[in-house]
Design a protein around this ligand. Sequence first.
Ligand SMILES: O=C(O)/C=C/C(=O)CC(=O)C(=O)O
Ligand SMILES: [Mg+2]
Length: 218
Amino acid sequence: MTTRNLTRFWEWGRKIICVGRNYADHAKELKNAIPTEPVLFLKTSSAYLREGSPIIVPAYSNNLHHEVEFGVVIGKAGTAIPQESAMDHVAGYVLCLDMTARDIQDECKSKGLPWTLAKAFNTSCPVSEFIPKDKIPDPGNINLWLKVNDQMRQNGNTSQMIFSIPYLINYISDFISLEEGDLILTGTPKGVSRVQEHDEIEAGIEGIISMSFKVERS
Ligand SMILES: O=C(O)/C=C/C(=O)CC(=O)C(=O)O
Ligand SMILES: [Mg+2]
């Protein structure tokens, strides 16, 4: 029996597995091809940030982007989890931001290098409160939105995802075993854009939760 509280999963230090280019409109806005299988990358647990603390623009970046994403919190470990039982491994959900140093990512892409410093720096994964699974009966049809300084920048629905949550759990767990407390970020819809020092980011899952973060420079 676990003595740790899964509703504070960000304290567990488990894996953060991110899915990229999972919305066709976002893949297109960054001039990427529509993927035929999921694009995966990782963040470290030191990327977690909770409301009340600021997002820090890394000193080495001049183009920090917001990406609002739906997060899936794993509640039961598994390897090669079939799609049919994938949702049995989900404990709940969380609203996430995949903060991205786009200039560094572009540089890494052009040099064929990994995206680690573009995606996994400290404060690159702000998260909301934990949302128990029963509060979202249909995670495949929820609206995500994000505003910067009160201006709407992103507004999408998880039904637009290319690869569904069960598909992703099956695909990821074939290669990387999932553990209790792991988090999967499921990709961002279109509308990503730059944020700067003093900006305020507000994001939400319609009718369920919202959160806000200030942006500061290191
Ligand atoms: O390939 C790119 O230029 C950028 C890809 C991403 O940053 C992917 C994501 O993180 C996403 O789609 O959510
Ligand atoms: Mg992303």
